[in-house]
Every structure is written in C-alpha cells, then in structure tokens.
Ligand binder design. Structure first.
Ligand code: GLP
Length: 271
C-alpha cells in the first residue's frame, strides 16, 4: 500500500494515471474493455476536467471504457442537479465518448434497493471486475458512502448517511441540511477491495484527520479508509494540506524525498 504526496495538482496526476493505465491495458488486451470505478465530489472535479481535455485534444479515446460509479443518493431524481447522475453528466459523460450503455450508476429511485444492488454487483462481475477504482474520502474516513463501522466484507447496499456526512454535503444543497438525502446506495468495502487497483485522492485540511488516522492505525472498520491497507495495489494520494496532521516521521520522509528530487510529480512511501 502506498501513501503518496502530490507535488502537482492531484487531479492532473490522477487523470494522467488513468490515461496511462488504460492505454497500457488496452494495448496489451485490444479486444477487451477497460473497466473503471468512478467517484463524485469536489476533490475529483479537476481530474474530470483533465480527462475531458485528454479527449478533446485527441490524447485519450474513451470508447473502450466501461464505468461503474461508487454511489448515488436515494430518492433523488437522476435529473436533480445534485444527483450523482447529474454530476457525472456534467463533469465527464457530456465531454467524452463513453457509450451510454457502458456507463453504470446505481438507481437511487428504485423501488427495490436490494435487487438494484445485487444487479449492480452482478454487472461488475459480468464486466470482468474493475481494473482501477478511483475514489475520494469523506472527512470521517468514509469511502464511497461506507460510513465508519461498515464491514470490510460489505457489498453494494443501501446505507444511512451520518449527520456529519450530510452536513459536509449540505454545501451542494444550498446549505440546506433538510434537502440532503438521508440514505444512499453504495458499493461496499469488499466491492472496492475486489478491484485490481485502487487510487484514492484526499485534498485539503478537512481530510487531514482521516489521513492521519489512516497512516497510524491498523485496518479498522471505524475508519473505512484503512481498508486500503488490506489491498496489494492501492494508493492514497494526498496534497500538502491533507498531509498536515501526519506524524513527524512520515512528514520527514516526504521532506527528504522532496529534497532529493524537487521536480518529481509525486513522492511515494510504502506503508
Ligand atoms: C461524498 C461521496 C464520496 C466522496 C466524499 C468526499 O460523500 N459519496 O464518494 O469521497 O463525498 O467528497 P469531497 O471530494 O467533496 O470532499
């Protein structure tokens, strides 16, 4: 498991990483699709802007991509401006050539959440599993909408959001807490851990506590982010603000790497 500090814009690095990973997979497996797990949230808007730019400038063809989003609010129409359907349309799908039938997002309006979630797991399996799962992290360490306490064996399911997560996301709903849905459908921690590779981005001081807990604790269900430590090919990429509460020894390791190579795009530690 890698903990990496970015020396350039997180979103630019992540977009370039998706591009390289997809292109190298597709050149080795030209008949296959590249299956990508996708997040929403403020952290990843730059990443999506860079992916759109790669497409517009002819650097990346998205036609062999199959995508699966992490989560969706319950009881929010897909057309609602704050649904993750709308978010994905705005930030990625409207600007790249991923065929509509290759984009998957959980249906938060379903009458039967259990069947919807089981079908989602099945669709991921039928697509051959996820090659690379991108994600952000909540202030309390949540991954997708797996709040603290979520089992590491959890699968796609309906969950209740914590008051803290609803407050954090109220900024997208005109700061009106009562407008923030109380429930969501989300992939599980085990769904995430099944991916061949995971890249989680954390930026800003509001994520510093979760990053610090992650760095200092054994895998624990009280901090979903620590599940990454159970994965052989996972990376948590952070910016300077998110690194601000790391223990001094890790900060020193990053400083040393930076001194050795001031121009590097990221500095990587094996945890
Ligand atoms: C929501 C999403 C998460 C995301 C988190 C962080 O709760 N369900 O997948 O990681 O927000 O969002 P932001 O990047 O806006 O801080």
């Amino acid at each position: 498991m890698k903990l990496a500090l970015a020396n350039i814009n997180l979103g630019l690095w992540a977009a370039a990483y998706i591009k390289e990973t997809a292109q190298s997979f597709l050149s080795a497996h030209p008949q296959e699709a590249f299956t990508l797990g996708l997040p929403t949230g403020g952290t990843v808007t730059d990443m999506y802007a860079n992916l759109r730019l790669f497409y517009q400038t002819g650097q990346l063809d998205f036609s062999p991509f199959v995508t699966f989003n992490m989560d969706e609010y319950v009881h929010l129409l897909p057309e609602h401006p704050q649904s993750y359907h709308s978010y994905m349309q705005e930030h990625l799908f409207s600007g790249v050539n991923i065929a509509p039938q290759n984009r998957h997002i959980l249906n938060g309006m379903t009458q039967d959440p259990q069947a919807e979630c089981a079908a989602y797991e099945k669709a991921i399996r039928q697509a051959g599993g996820i090659k690379l799962f991108l994600g952000g992290v909540g202030r309390n360490g949540h991954l997708a909408f797996n709040e603290p306490g979520s089992s590491f064996t959890s699968r796609t399911r309906m969950v209740e959001l914590t008051p803290g997560t609803r407050e954090a996301n109220a900024r997208f709903f005109g700061n009106q807490l009562d407008k923030v849905p109380t429930h969501a459908l989300t992939v599980g921690i085990a769904t995430l851990l099944d991916a061949q590779e995971i890249l989680i981005l954390a930026s800003g001081s509001k994520k510093a506590q979760a990053v610090s807990t992650f760095a200092q604790s054994e895998p624990t269900e009280s901090c979903p982010l620590t599940a990454l430590k159970l994965h052989p090919n996972a990376m948590l990429l952070i910016d300077k603000e998110a690194a601000s509460l790391l223990p001094q020894d890790l900060k020193q390791c990053f400083t040393d790497l930076q001194t050795q190579n001031p121009e590097a795009a990221i500095y990587c530690l094996e945890l």
